[in-house]
Ligand binder design. Structure first.
Ligand SMILES: Nc1ncnc2c1ncn2[C@@H]1O[C@H](COP(=O)(O)OP(=O)(O)OP(=O)(O)O)[C@@H](O)[C@H]1O
Length: 277
């Protein structure tokens, strides 16, 4: 197993997880156990791993939607788990979030979707708001689509609108939960490139929860693999491609079986069918 955070600059992380233990309810399965992660400013960091390993849970911990039972989740040096509702609201303004499938408000135009966080959280004039929204839409190539409704645009375009909305308040941290899910290969490539470019343009830090190895390795500076509640492997995409660790190999080569088993634990074939195959 890799040593935690061995390549990371711990002194300038926007988010740090330190010895985090988490389960959804007392006595329930431990999802994360003694987890240490660093998310350095300015970087794109991917969080990968098998289905149900706790990737989205990491984002929820950072956003303060759930709290660790042990350890600390630091955002800009402050423990998110210790914040009151008002402090949480203030820090969430500094976190852009692109949810799984990037759901848009279906009864609002593309323009109004991107304007929403600005209207909610700022008191800018209509004129400034218009300029800000058009700038964000321009950045994702959809300035011309401002008056369309979500039902009139493709899935790939919707994802880009959701991205423009996530960055509307110029957050220093952007979290993406499965940003590539359900996209065709071209939209997928465009979205990946936009995530990288937005990070650069905003001087932000991006956390990317995803299953898509090729796109992720193309744009991430650093990758964590979670398994069994811990960091099973970590490194730059080049480190991981060169790794001989069977766990990393299974993911990088997309093998269905390996250290991460294909079968959910249960009865043996012999017990279920009375025969071994
Ligand atoms: N609200 C909840 N209450 C109880 N258990 C939950 C809750 N949300 C998630 N879980 C469980 O916690 C585990 C981790 O879930 P999580 O969504 O973080 O996984 P993930 O790695 O993001 O999975 P996927 O890649 O399939 O989206 C899963 O086993 C899931 O069933």
């Amino acid at each position: 197993m890799a040593e935690p955070t061995k390549h990371m600059n711990q002194t300038d992380s926007i988010v740090s997880l330190k010895g985090v233990d988490f389960s959804y309810a007392p006595g329930e399965r431990t999802i994360l156990s003694g987890l240490n992660m660093e998310f350095p400013r300015g970087k794109v960091v991917a969080v990968m791993g098998g289905s149900g390993c706790g990737k989205t849970t990491v984002l929820r911990l950072i956003g303060g939607q759930v709290n660790a039972q042990q350890g600390q989740v630091l955002f800009e040096g402050q423990d998110v788990g210790q914040m009151n509702a008002q402090q949480l609201m203030a820090v969430r303004r500094r976190m852009g979030m692109l949810f799984q499938f990037g759901a848009l408000f279906t009864d609002m135009s593309v323009f109004e979707n991107v304007a929403f966080p600005l209207r909610e959280h700022t008191k800018v004039s209509e004129e400034t708001l218009r300029d800000l929204v058009l700038m964000k839409l321009n950045a994702v190539g959809l300035r011309g689509a401002r008056d369309l409704m979500p039902s009139q645009i493709s899935g790939g375009m919707a994802r880009r609108v959701a991205l423009a909305r996530a960055i509307a308040l110029d957050p220093p941290l952007i979290m993406y939960d499965e940003p590539f899910a359900g996209l065709d290969p071209i939209s997928l490539g465009i979205t990946a490139r936009l995530i990288r470019d937005m990070n650069q343009a905003l001087g932000a830090t991006s956390i990317l929860v995803t299953h898509d190895i090729p796109e992720t390795f193309e744009i991430a500076d650093y990758v964590y693999f979670i398994a069994n509640g811990k960091i099973a492997a970590e490194g730059t995409p080049d480190d991981l491609r060169a790794s001989t660790d069977p766990f990393v190999q299974q993911f990088v080569s997309a093998n269905p079986d390996g250290p991460v088993p294909f079968h959910y634990p249960g009865k043996t074939l012999l017990e279920d069918f009375g025969a071994s195959v």
